[in-house]
Design a protein around this ligand. Structure first.
Ligand code: ADP
Ligand code: TYD
Length: 202
């Protein structure tokens, strides 16, 4: 990998994104690539503050519209303070979630808010990853894995299984609509098997 690149991991809660993003970043570093590993919501001090507002508390704490604004505000700060400076310094950025999560979580699950998500993205973010790994897996297994972590950030996991099924189909549709940058990964395997498939894309 010679050019600096922006690489994202997407998928439902508990699908193994964090595990694989970390392993892929380690793999790139071992090859001598400068890497910044980051995550959303969060990835910069201001965006981490917004993360706390978004992921804790009552599932009905925010309206759908307010939630889109908060995720977009966090992303804008993440882009300004972490992603763009790293890319400008010639580093590869690996992010655990990015704009595809808003397209699916906010755009596809709560009425038809996708046009609003897309307008805000065009206005405030206007950046796509060069490469996105979409980890697909059975939501029953993923939910068990995710809740077992007891992170205290379960506001979205608390919406339950039908919500996760809707998300899964949202991510699959998104991967099929963007074959130029999205690679679909079967997450129903061991972490080692998945990591070696992903490493082959480096
Ligand atoms: P995500 O970031 O998508 O929520 P994580 O990487 O945090 O997922 O994984 C959720 C949980 O499942 C963690 O406890 C992790 O150790 C475990 N895990 C990750 N990948 C696998 C895998 N392929 N098989 C079994 N358990 C896994
Ligand atoms: P994350 O910490 O990646 O959760 P997990 O490890 O369980 O996958 O993300 C936190 C939650 O925020 C997750 O449930 C997905 C949600 N989310 C959105 O709804 N919209 C977004 O734009 C982003 C980035 C995350």
């Amino acid at each position: 990998m010679t050019l600096p690149r922006f690489i994202t991991f997407e998928g439902i809660d508990g699908s193994g994104k964090s595990t694989q993003a970390r392993r892929f970043a380690q793999h790139l570093q071992a090859q001598g690539t400068g890497v910044v590993l980051t995550r959303e919501p969060g990835g910069s001090p201001g965006a981490e503050d917004i993360r706390k507002l978004l992921l804790t508390g009552d599932p009905d704490r925010w309206s759908a519209e307010t939630e889109i604004l908060l995720f977009t505000a966090a992303r804008r700060d993440h882009l300004e303070k972490t992603i763009n400076p790293a890319l400008a310094a010639g580093k590869t950025v690996v992010s655990d979630r990015f704009a595809d999560s808003t397209r699916v979580y906010q755009g596809a699950t709560r009425g038809d808010l996708r046009p609003m998500v897309d307008q805000l993205h065009a206005l405030m973010i206007a950046r796509e990853p060069d490469l996105t790994f979409v980890i697909d897996m059975d939501p029953v297994l993923a939910l068990e894995r995710g809740l077992a972590r007891k992170s205290g950030e379960d506001r979205f996991e608390d919406f339950g299984l039908p919500f996760q099924e809707t998300l899964r189909h949202g991510f699959l549709a998104l991967a099929h609509a963007n074959p130029n940058r999205c690679v679909l990964i079967d997450g129903n395997r061991t972490a080692d098997q998945i990591a070696s498939e992903i490493a082959a894309h480096a």
